[in-house]
Design a protein around this ligand. Structure first.
Ligand code: ZN
Length: 283
């Protein structure tokens, strides 16, 4: 994907290094304890100030500094997010809705959201309660190495899919589906979930269509990367990998073939009207 030189979104809440209060960064817990002990024993504020200022740096190196590769990834995600902002701000009014930029929360390990405490094991998700997208950067390692879906456009597809859920909230689909799910049994609720997920895949395709029109962002092999990722995270493929068999009634995201089909439909048409997965008889 061609993204260098393009706008980087500022709607990113980077929580990768949370837990290290800014003032103590570089000092380390040991250095702080030593400085406090010296201050307590001698009453010399200089010991504390000195340690907090620069003396602490040698005590304990800040190992949480992200690598250059990870910074590159974070910037790439900012550019994808910016592109989704541009596309949806332009597109949604055509369908009678206004776009509000969501915030992308980057984390590693675990994170707290309005939807509860989440661990990386849940994968990327959108929380309607706070309108934020949550993305564990470690998920991309998994996507590439264990799920076999490498490539920057595979990553862009993941972000665009979560943004798709935000669009579903803005156009009122999410609220209707949640309400309907309260009234039905589990198989029907799962079926509604599948249709909602496939629509998010479709919306990811719609984004790719317009982003490419606006700036020629697609490079050779990009579409294949996204389609491959859509196929690799289909419920049938994930179930086959994890439990060795496929149980269609328990699907919540759709099969690999369905996910590929709806992403492609969005990519080819770029038209929101073509994405009514709820009315579609044949998914
Ligand atoms: Zn989803």
């Amino acid at each position: 994907m061609q993204w260098r030189g393009s706008r980087l979104s500022t709607n990113v809440d980077d929580r990768r290094r949370l837990g290290i209060p800014g003032g103590f960064k570089g000092l380390g817990a040991v250095g702080l304890v030593v400085a406090l002990a010296v201050f307590w024993l001698t009453g010399d504020p200089g010991a504390l100030v000195g340690a907090l200022g620069n003396g602490g740096r040698s005590v304990s190196a800040d190992t949480s500094e992200p690598s250059a590769t990870e910074e590159e990834l974070a910037n790439f995600l900012r550019s994808v997010l910016a592109s989704t902002e541009d596309v949806w701000t332009e597109q949604l009014p055509r369908y009678g809705a206004e776009y509000r930029d969501p915030t992308l929360v980057l984390f590693r390990g675990a994170v707290d959201s309005a939807c509860g405490m989440a661990e990386s094991a849940v994968g990327p998700f959108y929380c309607p309660g706070d309108e934020q997208l949550y993305l564990d950067l470690g998920f991309f390692d998994e996507l590439e190495s264990s799920l076999g879906a490498p490539g920057d456009f595979a990553q862009a597809y993941v972000v665009a899919h979560e943004v798709g859920h935000h669009v579903q909230r803005l156009i009122g689909v999410e609220e209707k589906v949640r309400a309907a799910q309260q009234r039905v049994g589990e198989p029907e609720a799962n079926e509604l979930s599948v249709r909602m997920e496939l629509q998010a895949d479709f919306l990811a395709g719609v984004w790719a269509h317009h982003a490419n029109r606006a700036g020629n962002v697609l490079e050779a092999g990009d579409v294949e990367e996204a389609l491959n990722a859509a196929a690799k995270i289909g419920d049938d493929n994930l179930q086959r990998r994890s439990q060795g068999r496929v149980v269609p009634e328990s699907f919540t995201h759709g099969t690999s073939a369905q996910r590929v089909r709806w992403f492609k439909k969005g990519l080819e048409t770029g038209d929101l009207e073509q994405g009514d997965t709820f009315a579609a008889r044949d998914l």
